[in-house]
Design a binder for this molecule. Sequence first.
Ligand SMILES: *[C@@H]1O[C@H](CO)[C@@H](O)[C@H](O)[C@H]1NC(C)=O
Ligand SMILES: *[C@@H]1O[C@H](CO)[C@@H](O)[C@H](O)[C@H]1NC(C)=O
Ligand SMILES: *[C@@H]1O[C@H](CO)[C@@H](O)[C@H](O)[C@H]1NC(C)=O
Ligand SMILES: *[C@@H]1O[C@H](CO)[C@@H](O)[C@H](O)[C@H]1NC(C)=O
Ligand SMILES: *[C@@H]1O[C@H](CO)[C@@H](O)[C@H](O)[C@H]1NC(C)=O
Ligand SMILES: *[C@@H]1O[C@H](CO)[C@@H](O)[C@H](O)[C@H]1NC(C)=O
Ligand SMILES: *[C@@H]1O[C@H](CO)[C@@H](O)[C@H](O)[C@H]1NC(C)=O
Ligand SMILES: *[C@@H]1O[C@H](CO)[C@@H](O)[C@H](O)[C@H]1NC(C)=O
Ligand SMILES: *[C@@H]1O[C@H](CO)[C@@H](O)[C@H](O)[C@H]1NC(C)=O
Ligand SMILES: *[C@@H]1O[C@H](CO)[C@@H](O)[C@H](O)[C@H]1NC(C)=O
Ligand SMILES: [Cu+2]
Length: 413
Amino acid sequence: MHLNTSIALCLLAGAVSQASPTPQKRASITLPTSASTDITEAVEQLAHIASYAQDTWNTTLAGTNSKRKRGTCNIGNVSVRKEWNALSNVEKKAYTDAVVCLQSKEAQTPTSLIPGVRSRFDDWVGAHINQTREIHYTGIFLAWHRYFTWEYERALQNECNYTGTQPYWDWTQTAITGLENSSMLDGSEYSMSGNGAYVANRSSTVVLGDSNGVDEIIAPAGTGGGCVTSGPFANMTVNLGPVSLIVPGNSTESNGDGLEYNPRCLKRDLTTEINRRYANATSVVDTLIKDNVDQFQMTMQGMPDSGELGIHGGGHFAMGGDPARDLYISPGEPLFFLHHAMIDRVWWMYQSFNIEANTAAEGISGTATWLNEPASANTTLETMLNLGYAAGESIAMSELMSTIDGPFCYAYE
Ligand SMILES: *[C@@H]1O[C@H](CO)[C@@H](O)[C@H](O)[C@H]1NC(C)=O
Ligand SMILES: *[C@@H]1O[C@H](CO)[C@@H](O)[C@H](O)[C@H]1NC(C)=O
Ligand SMILES: *[C@@H]1O[C@H](CO)[C@@H](O)[C@H](O)[C@H]1NC(C)=O
Ligand SMILES: *[C@@H]1O[C@H](CO)[C@@H](O)[C@H](O)[C@H]1NC(C)=O
Ligand SMILES: *[C@@H]1O[C@H](CO)[C@@H](O)[C@H](O)[C@H]1NC(C)=O
Ligand SMILES: *[C@@H]1O[C@H](CO)[C@@H](O)[C@H](O)[C@H]1NC(C)=O
Ligand SMILES: *[C@@H]1O[C@H](CO)[C@@H](O)[C@H](O)[C@H]1NC(C)=O
Ligand SMILES: *[C@@H]1O[C@H](CO)[C@@H](O)[C@H](O)[C@H]1NC(C)=O
Ligand SMILES: *[C@@H]1O[C@H](CO)[C@@H](O)[C@H](O)[C@H]1NC(C)=O
Ligand SMILES: *[C@@H]1O[C@H](CO)[C@@H](O)[C@H](O)[C@H]1NC(C)=O
Ligand SMILES: [Cu+2]
């Protein structure tokens, strides 16, 4: 359910306030009927929506008779995920140290199932490979990646002593500044490492989409292409894959099912043009103002044959390289989790327009199979999902719909 007039939102705000025993002063919002094509204006539209989302979730958190089933998360202990640039250098280093730590811990996945796993970090890559066809363009896309990212954050905290929260990458900012010079990717000690080494004489284009059975989108190759040589992940080894790695020119590389041990360097090919074209502030606002969750999540993933990658594909392909251009192995790129925290934040914003409906059955759309091929059952609140050997129990969709219910207790700044 979605409301997009100021009148409807005022009514909605009133309804939420009434449900709360101590009504608070809340921001009201006028959702735009269209996303501004002026980037400065679109950034303002998005800031307005983000502030509304924070306020609305906080009001729900403060209320005692909300629809929250367990009601243990409260305004005093909700954890807050921040944008990369909002972290201090000490916090940035603590985060990347924890990721490096996870990459040095023992895997839990049996090598009889995935022979190539070498670290705890690889458990997340393995779980994603195993379920790739069931978690994209399906009804569990948003919830599965929410759970996946949250368990990763918990592993950093519980197994690597990380005391912060999962940061997110705001693509709308790097669409403006460019990726190469952003503090997240400048290659310093306090970054997520930098670009891959420049590789000369490659094809200047990549053909995206086609290998995933969606449609063909021709995009520019990036400004790197080789191994990452600076920052915390300079010497990182990617152990699994590739399964369907898109490389410049019109081709893909594969190592079968990607489960064998295939150590190689982490490569990046930062492509600011892709970030600018598919994941700018206009793209995010345009995604958020869709009329229902079906349109919202399809726009986000790139509506088949629309010629659009969506903000999900836009962020993934803007990183470029190996494994970021491989849908299956993509969590093998540490930036994956900052990207998916942002995807989750956009869902969280969308859900804030009507928390009750968007965390219930109405907030789910899709089936168990990729673009419903072959046709399969609709995803429901009872649908169970799991993260394989990475972490967590098998869990119902109903537990994953709200960031302040079920296992979760977090918000976004
Ligand atoms: C919402 O609550 C969180 C956690 O207490 C806080 O950090 C944030 O500033 C609050 N936001 C608003 C708009 O009240
Ligand atoms: C938050 O506080 C409540 C009430 O004290 C408690 O039951 C709950 O476990 C806490 N949640 C977190 C995530 O700390
Ligand atoms: C986490 O902290 C505990 C207690 O200080 C320590 O024993 C353990 O070695 C630390 N673990 C890591 C991975 O740093
Ligand atoms: C990064 O900054 C340098 C130095 O200011 C500048 O020459 C370069 O064009 C910038 N790169 C991008 C991709 O914006
Ligand atoms: C550049 O690529 C072309 C076509 O792939 C190839 O024929 C040529 O030898 C390459 N040149 C160098 C210097 O590698
Ligand atoms: C990467 O490995 C090289 C060679 O072993 C070493 O000199 C360098 O310090 C390492 N860099 C990082 C960030 O670990
Ligand atoms: C890429 O290759 C496919 C399969 O060979 C072909 O159908 C398609 O036209 C090619 N696209 C481009 C842009 O060359
Ligand atoms: C920003 O995104 C929108 C929607 O995705 C797109 O149509 C537009 O061309 C993008 N702007 C730029 C400058 O590429
Ligand atoms: C599955 O969802 C579609 C789209 O919302 C709906 O038209 C259809 O009736 C649903 N099927 C079942 C069996 O509930
Ligand atoms: C992969 O998925 C299948 C089917 O759900 C499951 O039986 C198997 O244990 C999974 N393997 C891993 C490594 O997660
Ligand atoms: Cu994914």
